[in-house]
Design a protein around this ligand. Sequence first.
Ligand code: PLP
Length: 259
Amino acid sequence: MNYRQADLPPIVLSIAGHDPTGGAGITQDAAVIRWSGCYPLTVPTALTIQDTRGVKGVIPVEPAWFREQLRCVTDDLAPDVIKIGMLGTGEIAKEVLHFLETQDRPVVLDPVLSSSDGEPLVDVIEPIEELYSHVSLITPNLPEAEYLAGRGLLTADEIDEAGWLLMERGVQAVLIKGGHRQDKPDDVLFWEEGQVIIEGDWIEGPEVHGTGCALSSLIACKLAKGDALDEAVAASKKILAQKLGQATPLGLGRALLTW
Ligand code: PLP
């Protein structure tokens, strides 16, 4: 039973890995969610050993333990939107699938495959694809979109085809992020209303950690507050661009976003 009053903040559940730097994963998600005026729930899929220079190790949460965390917290606090990041293993992805089958909430899936320094953050990909029919928005960067679509994406036309292909496979909307593009860092949103290009500019500054986690959390919060998908995505990209311009090299490696 939930006793939430209408004036309380929307609840956003982050299912993701733990990054002890706080630059990515559930810790950053929680910071972004609070910054956005929502209330975070965090259910970790895995613990990582990492610093701002990269990931050194990953240990998944035991699946039964993960299932019990999810059940326990969501029996008590009902999320308005669910954001999924690093899944770690196919077994955890299957637990997420069973959980999503019980939920009727918008789901934002950031299909994290590896860290920027190349460390795999999920062991098998097929269980991620099984989540598609429950996903309101999937937010791959270009390499992730290439992997999921199973083809190289060099041109704008190839990006368009991949976006529609992922829609055909069952997700409700796709945001292919442009940060790895050669031409211009424009994101492309594919959704029920068609295709929208969200223009971006290259931002001067150090390399930054955890941008994908931040963007998907920002979008999840905008959806939780009732924004339409295209507005949520465009506004979130603007916020991220502003934060990227202020990213701070607090450690020895990549800069971190501060919230
Ligand atoms: N660690 C965790 C726990 C993450 O969830 C992610 C990304 O989602 C990363 C590391 C990777 O971040 P980056 O792409 O900045 O290396």
